[in-house]
Design a protein. Structure first.
Length: 192
């Protein structure tokens, strides 16, 4: 899926995973900074709100605290993001004329290694000024993938909130960088 189409897809998917899915009856602590939100607010969008508040209050008085956001709806959205990231990494390699049979035997870390080690591919994007920053974000995404795919409750229990926000931002930036690379590859293939 190309960048703009994926963003629409992600927005549509996010809208069907609202905070009401994880909200619980309860009371906020008097020291909590709370914010009133509609029950239709996507969990994905709620991440950003928690930088300014400790809990979200729905119209029916149910509440959502930070740790509640790290449950299944967010896991599903991260899984979709990571699947798209892996797909774009694969496509970059495929459009670099690597044999499909070999690509099908490789794993995410192999795609990352090849991409980071190729100065030509790296130069096709402008979001990252250094290959080391690019590699760090790719490694962080790979680590999150292992957490999402292989461990059932670790996201919810062990991942701190700020890391979740950082991973979201890193993956979105990586998707944009890979879009730039794919756009340049597409142009080159059209003119070949």
């Amino acid at each position: 899926m190309r960048g703009p189409e994926f963003k629409v897809f992600l927005s549509n998917m996010s809208s069907v995973l609202p905070v009401s899915l994880v909200a619980k009856p309860g009371h906020s602590h008097p020291k909590d900074r709370c914010m009133n939100v509609p029950d239709s607010l996507p969990v994905w969008d709620a991440l950003t709100l928690f930088s300014d508040s400790d809990c979200l209050v729905l119209p029916d008085a149910r509440i959502v605290k930070r740790h509640m956001v790290l449950k299944r709806p967010l896991r599903i959205i991260f899984f979709v993001l990571l699947t798209e990231l892996e797909s774009r990494l694969y496509r970059v390699q495929e459009w670099s004329h690597n044999p499909v049979r070999e690509l099908n035997e490789k794993h995410l870390n192999d795609y990352i290694r090849v991409l980071v080690d190729d100065p030509v591919l790296f130069s096709l994007q402008s979001l990252y000024s250094s290959r080391s920053d690019f590699k760090e974000d790719l490694k962080a995404a790979s680590s999150l993938r292992n957490l999402i795919v292989h461990v059932n409750k670790k996201l919810e229990l062990d991942l701190d909130f700020e890391t979740a926000i950082n991973r979201r931002d890193q993956i979105l930036k990586l998707l944009d960088a890979l879009d730039m690379i794919l756009d340049e590859q597409r142009k080159a293939l059209e003119h070949a």
